[in-house]
Design a protein around this ligand. Structure first.
Ligand SMILES: [Fe+2]
Ligand SMILES: [Fe+2]
Length: 483
């Protein structure tokens, strides 16, 4: 029996219910208890047997009432309209509450399994770096757009989002075209399901998590190589107090001769383009403002670490990081984010995980290239996590604010970010830093949706390309004086 055969009659009920402003409970019961359930069912209710379970649609029932009637039966209940707006979501919700493992439809089980496994944002502190993403699976889905496209047509919009949010828009559009153009009949779901089963999602995921755990353990033994100098903590802390005046900030910076000379060099560089020579740190702070000084102090500290770990790769990554920091601030402003300083920090650190991997002797494939879902999968196959998780983990060890940690974690999957605006800004900045323009087919589909809704004239190709040239020029002048 196809899922559609269960959902269609329930859908009729749902429409009736919504017209009358009532409620609908969907109850999923194991087939072994079908007899008991049928006794509890009223004449007006819909009941359908499907493999190992029975699905009952209870018209005009609230959850409590439904629960009482089915009290002695193991069941999962979802109630409209409190729980969800469409019948498929209701059905999945009820099935999930029952515990999907008792259900037989393999593709339903597998899909839910993967959604559950890869959505652990609020899990314990370390779990989010271990289990929050599974790029190997994303790459697998991207490699089978036809089968997965057909599978998508069986999913509720909320579930489709799960797939869409992790893939480039080019792949998602192709999948959608597949699911619309082909007969999405009975083979559609199970075909994708058997593929997933053959691929062995569960054991691969377990292996990945174990590997990731080992990587984080190894990192903790070399963590001292990546600690931020205490001066940058002091600067950041002082700047977080809006009452901190320029003289106090200057005193903090002057404690560190390297930071002092860098600040003066940078302020007097063509990057800022002041006509008069600025000789005191205090003057520099007055002119630049606290935010800019924090950016500087922080970027100098990060650069020192990159340089120490790998001078050749460090320089390359440094230039890219500066580009992304500046472009992130710009995109953030265009998209309406107020978190300009955070965006700079995130841009600087977004690929920091790659430097950590280098330290362990691991050669990141295509180090300086744009991270496609396949490259992320390759990193993950080698380390159990990608540079995104690694960088976020370091940021958390540095006690950076949660929005920074979360954005680093999701900069290749903005659809999963707590603050999508931040993550989307960095994602776009990263893409533009690599391509000189927004690669419309390659950006993550969640970001593509956001762009669609945004004012096109402000982020049109010409505007973006001008911004890219301008930023590149500024970053180059900054790099000239650096060293
Ligand atoms: Fe990245
Ligand atoms: Fe990047």
């Amino acid at each position: 029996m196809d899922l559609k055969d269960i959902l269609a009659p329930l859908d009729v009920e749902l429409k009736k219910v919504s017209m009358l402003g009532g409620s609908l409970a969907v109850v999923v019961v194991p087939a072994s208890h079908a007899e008991l359930a049928m006794k509890a069912k009223r004449e007006t209710d819909t009941a359908l047997k499907c493999g190992d379970y029975l699905v009952v649609g209870l018209f005009g029932m609230g959850a409590d009432e439904a629960s009482t009637r089915f009290l002695s039966i193991p069941k999962g209940i979802a109630v409209y309209p409190a729980d969800a707006g469409d019948i498929q979501t209701l059905f999945f919700e009820a099935a999930k509450r029952l515990n999907m493992n008792t259900l037989s439809a393999p593709w339903v089980k597998d899909v839910w399994e993967s959604i559950k496994q890869t959505n652990v944002q609020d899990a314990d502190r370390e779990d989010r770096f271990l289990k929050g993403s599974f790029y190997q699976f994303d790459a697998f889905v991207a490699d089978h757009p036809q089968d997965m496209g057909r599978m998508l047509s069986f999913m509720a919009p909320a579930d489709r989002r799960w797939v869409e949010d992790v893939l480039p828009i080019g792949v998602v559009s192709f999948m959608e075209a597949q699911s619309e153009s082909e007969d999405t009949g009975q083979e559609g779901g199970p075909a994708g399901a058997s593929l997933i089963e053959q691929w062995d999602f569960k054991s691969r995921f377990e292996t990945k998590v174990e590997q990731a755990r080992a990587t984080l353990r190894k990192f903790r033994s070399i963590e001292h190589l990546f600690t931020l100098p205490s001066i940058s903590h002091e600067v950041i802390e002082a700047a977080s107090d809006p009452m901190t005046a320029a003289p106090r900030m200057a005193r903090i910076i002057e404690k560190d001769p390297v930071l002092t000379s860098r600040v003066l060099k940078v302020v007097n560089s063509a990057f800022y383009g002041f006509r008069r020579q600025i000789v005191s740190v205090e003057h520099a702070v007055v002119i630049l403002g606290n935010d800019e000084v924090v950016n500087l102090a922080f970027s100098i500290a990060v650069h020192q670490i990159m340089d120490r770990v790998s001078p050749s790769h460090g320089a390359e990554l440094w230039e890219h990081s500066l580009m992304v920091a500046h472009l992130s601030q710009w995109f953030g402003g265009v998209l309406g984010s107020k978190a300009s300083r955070e965006l700079y920090t995130i841009g600087l650190l977004h690929d920091f995980g790659k430097i950590v991997f280098l330290q362990k002797g691991y050669r990141v494939p295509g180090f300086a290239e744009m991270s496609t879902v396949h490259r992320l999968a390759a990193e993950e196959m080698s380390m159990g996590i990608s540079h995104a998780e690694m960088g976020a983990y370091v940021a958390e060890r540095w006690n950076l604010p949660e929005e920074i940690v979360d954005t680093l974690l999701t900069h290749h999957q903005p659809g999963r970010a707590k603050d999508m605006m931040l993550s989307a800004s960095v994602h776009l900045a990263d893409a533009v830093a690599h391509r000189g323009a927004i690669p419309r087919d390659e950006v993550n589909s969640a970001v593509a949706r956001l762009l669609e809704g945004a004012d096109g004239s402000r982020i049109g190709d010409e505007v973006v390309s001008k911004r890219y040239d301008y930023t590149l020029k500024r970053v180059k002048t900054l790099l000239d004086i650096d060293g």
